[in-house]
Design a protein around this ligand. Structure first.
Ligand SMILES: Nc1nc2c(ncn2[C@@H]2O[C@H](COP(=O)(O)OP(=O)(O)OP(=O)(O)O)[C@@H](O)[C@H]2O)c(=O)[nH]1
Ligand SMILES: [Mg+2]
Length: 365
């Protein structure tokens, strides 16, 4: 199930899933979204709030979160949440959800929540959107990821929308179409004749339950050309560009009677990156050429995340982003010494299971 929070989150969730639950503090904005099923209107305490939304103030969204906290904690389990980081509602309510996740004990694999997060294009959008985004990325999002309690995070980039002057409706459709290519992987494994490997629903859920950023792309694959070049040439510019992969998953669809061995070169590529992907090869009579869908999971520290966000902005915005960053947070470069970290864990908790848990939490296992 899909949950959409705030303006952007609701519009995208409703397009992705006709059973989506939509959440907005603004009745007016909510009434303009078609589709989805249930709608939740958290209670606002500020006068006139119910009509006007959070007015780009995440604190108002966060306050409203408390009126639906219990219900949302249940609803998000094992589901997919969409929000933008620029406004007040999606940012504020999702910050509440992430703060709660960060303070929970371990969340089980099937209860993990994935997040689709829409980032503003700073060059052409307001300062508040930029400030709110930085506070969100470096605060609640990073804390929740560090706790290991989130599933995959998809960072959706609005740059293309503004640069190519694409209508909101069309851009949302592009995002949803793209997500559907990735999300259809387990169904294709169910439905189509399998030629090699296998990705079943459990494998897919397990991949989606890891607290990393998910970047995926897909393209017609030419088996006689290097995979790496094709991966670079077919960047999915609806998402933030990836960093080096920690884990990967890919599906190769070959035409009827196609060569089922072309995936070995892709495995070879990942082996040079020290990644052992899960994969499968299916025969799809609807494709005319081999088609590959590939997903990379990667990790980012808060400062690097803001840096990524910087890269989608233009030069003159970077100064603005840096200024905000200096005012808001002091970021220490994390140099984790494994031995110190392990000793600290022993001192605190006193048994080796905890050390392993700690190493897992800091992403070293
Ligand atoms: N891709 C996409 N981006 C959107 C859409 N609507 C808003 N945005 C972006 O989302 C950010 C604004 O956030 P909204 O989701 O409108 O704000 P909100 O969460 O409803 O919060 P408030 O309106 O401030 O209460 C900006 O960066 C917009 O460019 C949409 O339909 N699609
Ligand atoms: Mg709104």
């Amino acid at each position: 199930m899909t949950i959409g929070i705030g303006g952007a989150g609701s519009k995208i969730a409703a397009k992705l899933d006709n059973q989506a639950i939509l959440i907005n503090v603004s009745e007016t904005e909510m009434s303009k979204v078609d589709g989805g099923s249930r709608r939740i209107l958290p209670t606002m305490f500020a006068a006139k709030g119910q009509l006007r939304g959070s007015r780009k103030n995440p604190q108002i969204g966060l306050d409203a979160y408390h009126s639906v906290q219990r219900e949302l904690q249940e609803l998000i389990r094992g589901n997919f949440v969409f929000c933008s980081t620029g406004g007040g509602t999606g940012n504020g309510i999702t910050s509440g959800i992430l703060n709660d996740l960060a303070s929970q004990e371990d969340v089980s694999l099937t209860d993990k929540t994935c997040f689709g997060i829409i980032l503003p294009y700073a060059k052409l959008e307001s300062n508040e959107f930029v400030d709110n985004t930085i506070a969100f990325l470096t605060g609640p999002l990073s804390d929740a990821i560090d706790s290991g309690n989130t599933g995959n995070i998809f960072l959706i980039n609005n740059k293309k929308k503004f640069v190519e002057k694409i209508s909101e409706e069309h851009y949302n459709q592009m995002i949803v179409d793209s997500l559907n290519v990735f999300l259809s992987i387990p169904d294709k494994n169910d439905r189509l004749p399998l030629l090699d490997g296998h990705i079943d629903h459990e494998d897919f859920t397990s991949f989606m339950s890891k607290p990393y950023f998910n970047y995926f792309t897909y393209f017609n694959y030419n088996p006689s050309a290097p995979f790496e070049k094709q991966l670079d040439a077919n960047l999915n510019d609806l998402l933030l560009p990836p960093d080096s992969a920690i884990e990967a998953l890919f599906l190769v669809e070959v035409p009827k009677g196609g060569d089922p061995t072309i995936f070995y070169d892709i495995l070879q590529y990942f082996s040079t990156k020290n990644v052992a992907p899960i994969y499968s090869v299916v025969e799809n009579p609807e494709v005319n050429a081999p088609f590959v869908t590939v997903s990379l999971l990667y990790s980012r520290k808060p400062a690097e995340l803001v840096d990524d966000f910087n890269h989608i902005s233009e030069e003159h915005v970077k100064a603005k982003v840096n200024k905000t960053l200096n005012q808001n947070v002091s970021l220490v470069k994390l140099n984790v010494n494994m031995e110190d970290e392990a000793k600290r864990a022993v001192k605190q908790k006193g048994d080796s299971d905890d050390i392993l848990a700690t190493l897992r939490r800091i992403g070293k296992l």
